[in-house]
Ligand binder design. Structure first.
Ligand code: FES
Length: 141
């Protein structure tokens, strides 16, 4: 490979990597928030919705050894919606983005409020009861 061709290839590769990163961020890369379980409730600090650049996240994901499937929490102004990430079709783990949760197994899709919107899913996601105080979000398991 000639030097000029090599440099051109490297430049395109770097530009592609930057573009991929920008695309991933714009479609809402998954952030795994820290949490604790107290009296059968998941407790999450509201600060988990703020990123290092002080920008608000649209959603966060909670993984915990005591959960069979992760919980995805979406923020709508001052309200929160907590959804199980277990697909209601055949129990695959869903992949969340800013506006929906997509199933990698058969392509089913749910809205960010848990409503089944694309087949083969026809049953809404399990939604957890959420409460808040000044500092934290509590999800009843
Ligand atoms: S398991 Fe999710 S669409 Fe089939």
């Amino acid at each position: 490979m000639e030097r000029r061709s090599f440099i051109k290839s490297c430049t395109l590769l770097c530009a592609g990597g930057g573009l991929l990163s920008a695309v991933l961020q714009s479609c809402g890369a998954v952030y795994y928030a820290s949490s604790s379980i107290e009296m059968n409730k998941l407790k999450i600090n509201k600060k988990e919705f703020i990123d290092a650049k002080n920008v608000e996240r649209k959603f966060i994901v909670i993984r915990n050894d005591k959960l069979q499937f992760p919980v995805c929490v979406y923020k709508f102004n001052t309200d929160y919606v907590a959804l199980s990430m277990e697909c209601t079709h055949q129990s695959c783990e869903l992949q969340p983005n800013k506006i929906s949760l997509v199933c990698p197994c058969h392509g089913g899709e749910f809205s960010n409020k848990g409503v089944a919107i694309n087949p083969p899913v026809d049953k809404d996601l399990k939604q957890y009861k959420v409460s808040t105080d000044y500092e934290n979000i509590y999800i009843e398991l």
